[in-house]
Design a protein around this ligand. Structure first.
Ligand code: ASP
Length: 275
């Protein structure tokens, strides 16, 4: 019987660079501890994502950027290699949208948006609390026009071969309240199928136009191109260079890897090599 080695990879967004590395390592370590103690990939991906949502340096959950009207709206998505998916869009007062998305995995309706999403979350007992939001400089309440992309994503693989991708964001900065980015759109911001998953970060409109995560997934799967080569191909050929975009991927063997056309922090762990 094939032995599958647990692994995890996380990114801290397209652009913010190495100063987010330690924050990412905390989340990866959390997922690693869950996997080492026999927890599954779903739990590992969600709990790592929650750590990143709770860390105000990232544009997700608590640290989400303010939209042009002063609102703070969060998106999140989760997909399992077995085909289950859950996603939420533009949720108000929701510091951990990934928990709501995960709760949708086994529902007939697997995607919810705005007020309806929040009402559903209330009925399920998900935390509702104000997310203060921040400007790109990190100051509460001060809106400016600089685009930032330090959203978060995690992929975890467990010893059963289950693979899970979880992504979460406050959206690109200086976007209007009704805007939908790539993060909650299957195939754009994320794709997981069988034991291979891809997650994207960066300018959501460019990622969505390219159906980037799915296209990269298909190339790895069907053309047997390596994770790295396929991600490089995707960014080089499907994204125009003025758009900051990054990708992470994890397959059934080996460690995960990240590729970006900008300075994207990413961190990885694999059971055998790192203990
Ligand atoms: N892709 C996200 C969005 O467009 C932003 C990001 O990755 O930072 O909403």
């Amino acid at each position: 019987m094939e032995i599958i080695i647990p692994a995890v990879i996380a990114h801290g967004g397209a652009g913010p660079g190495p100063n987010r590395q330690e924050n990412l390592e905390v989340a990866v370590q959390k997922a690693a501890n869950i996997l080492k103690s026999g927890g599954n990939a779903l739990e590992a991906a969600v709990e790592a994502c929650v750590i990143l949502e709770d860390d105000p340096v990232f544009n997700a959950g608590t640290g989400s950027v303010i939209r042009t009207d002063g609102s703070v709206l969060t998106d999140a998505s989760i997909q399992i290699g077995d085909g289950r998916v859950g996603f939420v869009i533009a949720m108000e007062d929701t510091p951990n949208p990934i928990r709501v998305a995960a709760d949708l995995l086994d529902e007939e309706i697997n995607g919810l948006t705005s007020e309806g999403a929040r009402i559903w979350a209330d009925n399920r007992g998900h935390q509702r609390s104000k997310v203060a939001g921040r400007s790109p400089e990190g100051q509460i309440g001060d809106i400016n026009t600089e685009i930032m992309g330090d959203t978060v994503g995690v992929i975890a693989r467990d010893s059963s071969g289950m693979i899970v991708v979880a992504t979460s964001t406050g959206g690109c900065s200086f976007r209007p309240p009704g805007r939908v980015g790539d993060v909650p759109l299957p195939g754009s911001g994320f794709w997981a199928e069988d034991c291979l998953a891809v997650a994207a970060t960066g300018i959501g409109e460019a990622i969505t136009r390219a159906l980037l995560s799915n296209k990269v997934y298909e190339r790895i799967k069907n053309e047997e191109v390596s994770l790295e080569d396929s991600m490089e191909w995707g960014i080089r050929t499907l994204i125009s260079p003025e758009h900051s975009v990054g990708l992470i991927a994890l397959g059934s063997t080996g460690a995960g890897i990240g590729v970006a056309n900008t300075d994207m922090p990413w961190a990885t762990w694999e059971a055998e090599s790192n203990g």
